[in-house]
Design a protein around this ligand. Structure first.
Ligand code: NAP
Ligand code: GDP
Length: 337
């Protein structure tokens, strides 16, 4: 039995990764959760409530801001694989909370790396770091493994620190540590304040008459959007190689936020121009204009391929959010179809 520890298990990627690993009969999954006054475990409720997973799925309290809790957890669990997905992951919010973001995303990575380094003296551990395309920032597209980084937000700077520490722990201590430079990836479980989910939630609510307008920031920026379910597979593949290395995970296609709006509203027979308004509140002090990743190394070495394209992704998110909007409408006492 392999034991995997996942930080960020309650998040989008943590939930898909847990599902993916638990789909393999030889994995026990341990998730790190932090204490909150109300439970926020919706993304993993189906796993915690599955009686067949009772022996193979466990949650433990700790925090990336708390080194001793991480050291204790890693020492106690003796995991074979550690996936560090926990983060304050919102770029816009990182401008409001730069020091907190640096602590959790940057120093937090060091804290868990230290815990893993200590365990690695007596037991081989494999470590995955959730790095980000935001580290490329203003570097011109396409961004490849050779493109120099130029971060444009406190989040991106903190991620870059975590990335280089991961590389350094591999080079300095021989740790099996991989950094996955993942371009934006979305799903019906994406946080509601990221642009894709904000659009699919907004458009479906407009369709159901629950909302009149959708207020947006810069809709001319371009992103390389993939499906989170495809991307967690790449994380696991990295840790199954003979040698640790870093990889870009992306689709190799980029579209504007405007196109995402057009296709989402179009799928609902609506014209986004009738509903979208601009609010400078959603602009960032510095923007990342174009992200377009080159995933050729991940494809060649890992044999990784994405299975869902942008239109499949939008369809999946729209269907999910239409269902939510219809339930909300029903709960409000409207007549439903
Ligand atoms: P997410 O949905 O925002 O999830 C973040 C997770 O981190 C949540 O489980 C959150 O717990 C946890 N967390 C936050 N602060 C923590 C702390 N102090 N200690 C322990 N856990 C903490 O993010 P995601 O989209 O799944 O992304 C996963 C990782 O990949 C993140 O590191 C993100 O920065 C990175 N990444 C994401 C993308 C993308 O497009 N999604 C692209 C590149 C890199 P709570 O539920 O308690 O808040
Ligand atoms: P990011 O690439 O990690 O910053 O992911 P986001 O989904 O938060 O943002 C993607 C792009 O959408 C960025 O260029 C944002 O400036 C742009 N954008 C435009 N309007 C909005 C909005 O209302 N919310 C968010 N989150 N992003 C927006």
């Amino acid at each position: 039995m392999k034991h995997a520890l996942i930080t960020g298990i309650t998040g989008q990627d943590g939930s898909y990764l847990a599902e993916f690993l638990l789909g393999k009969p030889d994995y026990t999954v341990h998730g790190l959760v932090r204490r909150s006054s109300t439970l926020n475990r919706q993304r993993i409720d189906h796993l915690t409530s599955d009686p067949e997973l009772r022996e193979r799925f466990h949650l433990h309290y700790a925090d990336l801001a708390d080194a001793s809790s991480l050291a204790m957890l890693v020492e106690t669990l003796q995991p074979d694989e550690v996936y560090n997905l926990g983060a304050q992951s919102h770029v816009r919010v990182s401008f409001d909370q730069p020091i907190y973001t640096a602590d959790v995303v940057g120093t937090g990575t060091m804290r868990i790396l230290e815990a893993v380094r200590h365990l690695n003296r007596t037991k081989a551990v494999r470590f995955y770091q959730a790095s980000s395309s935001e580290m490329y920032g203003s570097a011109p597209p396409p961004q490849t493994m050779e493109t120099p980084f130029h971060p444009r937000s406190p989040y991106a700077c903190a991620k870059l620190y975590g990335h280089w520490q991961t590389v350094n722990y591999r080079e300095a201590y021989g740790l099996f540590a991989c950094s996955g430079i993942l371009f934006n990836h979305e799903s019906p479980r994406r946080g509601e304040s990221f642009v894709t989910r904000k659009i699919t939630l907004g458009a479906t609510r407009i369709k159901e008459g629950l909302q009149k307008k959708l207020v947006m920031g810069n809709i001319d920026s371009k992103r390389d959007w993939g499906f989170a379910g495809d991307y967690v597979r790449a994380m696991w593949m990295m840790l199954q190689q003979d040698k640790p290395d870093d990889y870009i995970v992306a689709t190799g296609e980029t579209y504007t936020v405007r196109q995402f709006l057009e296709w989402t509203f179009g799928m609902l027979d609506l014209d986004y121009r009738d509903y979208v308004e601009f609010d400078p509140r959603y602009m960032r002090p510095s923007e990342v204009d174009v992200l377009l990743g080159d995933p050729s190394k991940a494809k060649a070495v890992l044999g990784w391929e994405p299975e869902v394209d942008i239109h499949g992704l939008i369809k999946m998110m729209v269907e999910n959010d239409l269902e939510i909007a219809r339930r909300e409408k029903y709960a409000q006492g409207y007549q439903t179809v």
